[in-house]
Design a protein around this ligand. Structure first.
Ligand SMILES: Nc1ncnc2c1ncn2[C@@H]1O[C@H](COP(=O)(O)OP(=O)(O)OP(=O)(O)O)[C@@H](O)[C@H]1O
Ligand SMILES: Cc1ncsc1CCO
Ligand SMILES: [Mg+2]
Length: 274
């Protein structure tokens, strides 16, 4: 899609600059597969990651973080109480927290856990299309007008309903990343398909959303779209040097770290979808 110059480039630059200037501390309760890439993505963006998940540490540590990230990728029964305790504390303290409902529909246990976490008022929920459709169906029932066989259209409607019902900003990643608050819908058109061939790029962009929301908690919708676009730009720039997924992973971290204002302004591609 043709890129439209609009106010989003300067917004995304302001968010990335604020993360670099403030280095917000982000607590990550994430899956074993993603821990390394999530921490390195946050560091390369200028944020400060801390992978603490033991329930005994939450009362001391969570009050000091700027945002919390919860990801259910390798969920087990003994981790769920930590996730819920940290989310509840973040909500009580007015700190933003972001949920990644990995494989939400894979089992009853996982779906129930995600529904319980949604009850604790995440600021943002980011998943792929099937995760958001599964979570939305389980929370609000089948979405109306789902006569489309096009997954991204279904996902947009599911995201809108989930956002309305939960009060969260909902983001769906894909060829075009969709972001909605239940009323507004924007699409972030950056990124390359090869990003899907690296495990935990989705987990990592959700962590980046947490860092962007940490520095602009009153504009979580804008911060979420900015983070998705910035991560996509790192993918595009990294792809020009990559030989395959493994080198793309490395180049994405380098490009996120080195991303300058000119490249970001010329590449940010966020448009209204409604
Ligand atoms: N077809 C595509 N074209 C461009 N970018 C894409 C495409 N598909 C995904 N992406 C980008 O890849 C990143 C990961 O999104 P994806 O939808 O693969 O997440 P995910 O399924 O949750 O991944 P994981 O669970 O492995 O972390 C996002 O930044 C998204 O914008
Ligand atoms: C592969 C995988 N399995 C559980 S979590 C995870 C990382 C991507 O979400
Ligand atoms: Mg995922």
């Amino acid at each position: 899609m043709e890129k439209e110059p609009n106010e989003w480039g300067p917004k995304a630059w302001a968010h990335l600059s604020a993360v670099r200037a403030q280095s917000p501390l982000i607590q990550c309760i994430t899956n074993y597969v993603s821990m390394d890439l999530v921490a390195n993505t946050l560091l390369s963006a200028g944020a400060s990651p801390a992978m603490l998940h033991t329930i005994e540490e939450i009362p001391d540590f969570t009050p000091h973080v700027r945002a919390l990230y919860v990801n259910v990728g390798t969920l087990s029964a003994n981790w769920l109480p930590s996730m819920k305790a940290a989310a509840q504390l973040a909500s009580q303290l007015g700190k933003p927290w972001v949920l990644d409902p990995v494989a939400a529909g894979a089992s009853g246990f996982r779906l129930n856990a995600c529904l319980e976490l949604v009850q604790l008022k995440p600021t943002v929920i980011r998943g792929n299309a099937s995760e958001i459709i599964a979570l939305s169906r389980a929370s609000v029932g089948p979405t109306k007008g789902v006569d489309s066989s096009h997954e991204s259209m279904d996902a947009m409607e599911a995201a809108r309903c989930l956002a309305e019902a939960s009060g969260a900003i909902v983001a769906v990643s894909g060829a075009v990343d969709i972001v909605t608050d239940g009323r507004r819908v924007v699409g972030a058109h950056n990124g390359v398909p090869m990003m899907q061939k690296i495990t935990a790029t989705g987990c990592s962009v959700t962590a980046l959303i947490a860092a962007f929301v940490a520095v602009d908690p009153l504009h979580a919708f804008e911060a979420t779209a900015s983070a998705l676009s910035v991560y996509g730009i790192a993918g595009e720039m990294g792809m020009s040097m990559a030989k395959g997924p493994a080198s793309l992973r490395m180049h994405m971290i380098d490009c996120l770290h080195g991303l300058d204002q000119a490249a970001l302004l010329s590449r940010t591609n966020i448009t209204a979808l409604s």
